[in-house]
Ligand binder design. Sequence first.
Ligand SMILES: [Zn+2]
Ligand SMILES: [Zn+2]
Length: 270
Amino acid sequence: MIVKRSMKLRLHFVVDPMGWFCISTVFFIWLYNSVFIPQLVLLPHFQEGHIPGALVVSYYLASLLCVTALFRASTADPGRLPQNPHIPHSERDQWELCNKCNLMRPKRSHHCSRCGHCVRRMDHHCPWINNCVGEDNHWLFLQLCFYTQVLSLFTLGLDFCQYYYFQPLPRADEEGFTSRHELALLRISTFMGLLMFGGMSNLFYTQITGILADTTTIEKMSHFLDEINQPRKPWQQTFAEVFGTRWKILWFLPFRRRQPLRGHSFPSHV
Ligand SMILES: [Zn+2]
Ligand SMILES: [Zn+2]
């Protein structure tokens, strides 16, 4: 146990077959669009000079950011509480006992029955990433929603151009799998793109309005709303707290460590 705690790379892994199924589906959709779309549309038309190199690089970059956010959101510790937490004197009345795991936790924490422990500032349990969305990985979840929208919009645009705009190209291997099934592969990609973009835009909008109001999904659905929702903070503040930095450019980068925001003028609820 102690060895595990001192290890630098700690992967959080939730044992839940339903969650494994969901995250495998998401990963499959990502893999499908990152393999077939470049093979069918992006690379052949780049070689013919119909598509600029910057577009090819952007596609792969969106794909990389998407899968990094997925991997990190699903394997990050969402905000598990230690066995013997240090409770500052000034915050004593802000802590409460969880009656399920018998541990002290700060207000706004919730017990997740799927994960089997309490999570600080828990937003919700997401089977699609097979993890809770809490204080420490909420920023990665938002990045995942954002980059999934970017990638699916990109894919839909390329599918559209391939259908209606680009001239058909002579294929080097007429008998190859992708050449023979081009239309079917494009239709599946379009279907998945519409599904992902529709679902993600809806979720992203709900998430952004939640952060602007400084409320979690769980709080929105419960009666905690009134006691927590004041005073209203500026949007830069609520986003900086979620992302752990005031540098807006870093809000878009999944390749970094999140540090809790220190020294802000508004005290946090926790
Ligand atoms: Zn608990
Ligand atoms: Zn959970």
